[in-house]
Design a protein around this ligand. Structure first.
Ligand code: ATP
Ligand code: MG
Length: 251
């Protein structure tokens, strides 16, 4: 199974200076302590508390693999004022034997900029097919957040791909999230690898995925049912009134 992966392992290649905030991030401390992080499955979820460094890690991996730090395919090279870390300078990513033929890095904060860049490139292009035709034909700016995200996945992701997604659930209704899970399954059948940071207890139930939980103590492979996300959400949904009352008092 591992031989089919485009990314097999990520390690720190050199020590990060203490003056750099990255050196004390939980995810970086764990990478140092564990000697590296291995990927075993076609779909890996990175979970953990706000601020442990999930986005920083997947962005570092994406940039080390040649993606634009602000999101998009490897062919996007726009840049805006959005900040990204220099973790990629300190990472070694071990690739598999096969090279991915498609790929996309969804950086939660800058999907808007990807959409703008597609529109700008299409305005400038005097010949050839418009880029937007491979994204469903309608400017991503003329669709809602969720619609544009699903247009991207359904039209642009073609398989044999490496897809690195930061909280894709942020855009999606529960129904569309399940649609995304179906799309992920189809793309996995076509030899794709996904690395996804998520807070969604629905998304992380995806079959045969590995859930890697980052805490102050380490990075551990866990059953989705043992994540705080799943436990807290389940407890809440089992008895919302009771939890709300203990949280907010009687109305
Ligand atoms: N330029 C910076 N200087 C100092 N600290 C920073 C800088 N940029 C980010 N951080 C810190 O890095 C930490 C990790 O951020 P990151 O966005 O990777 O967290 P995350 O695990 O993705 O969180 P979330 O679940 O909220 O998306 C945060 O605590 C953040 O405050
Ligand atoms: Mg994040």
């Amino acid at each position: 199974m591992k031989n089919n992966l485009y990314i097999r392992e990520v390690k720190l290649s050199k020590e990060i200076p203490q003056s750099n905030y990255l050196s004390s991030l939980p995810v970086v401390c764990n990478l140092r302590k564990m000697g590296g992080l291995q990927f075993h499955k076609k779909v890996t979820f990175i979970v953990g508390e706000n601020g442990v460094g999930k986005s920083t890690l997947i962005e570092g991996i994406a940039v080390a693999m040649g993606f634009n730090p602000e999101g998009g395919t490897v062919n996007f090279n726009f840049s805006t004022n959005d900040s990204h870390s220099d973790l990629f300078n300190y990472l070694t990513v071990s690739r598999g034997y096969l090279r991915h033929r498609d790929g996309f890095f969804l950086r939660a904060e800058s999907f808007y900029n990807v959409a703008s860049n597609i529109d700008e490139l299409d305005e400038d292009a005097s010949f050839g097919p418009k880029l937007i035709s491979s994204y469903g034909g309608v400017s991503l700016h003329k669709q809602s957040h969720g619609e544009s995200f699903m247009a991207l996945v359904e039209n642009r992701f073609s398989g044999n791909g490496l897809y690195i997604l930061d909280e894709p659930e942020a855009a999606l209704s529960p129904m569309r999230l399940m649609r995304l899970m179906f799309c992920i399954q189809e793309l996995v059948k076509k030899n794709s690898q996904f690395i996804i940071s998520t807070h969604s207890p629905i998304l992380m139930t995806f079959p045969d995925a590995e859930v890697l939980e980052i805490t102050e103590e380490g990075i551990h492979s866990v059953n989705y049912k043992d994540t705080e996300h799943y436990i807290v959400t389940k407890r809440f949904m089992d008895a919302p009134e009771k939890i709300i009352e203990s949280l907010l008092g009687k109305g």
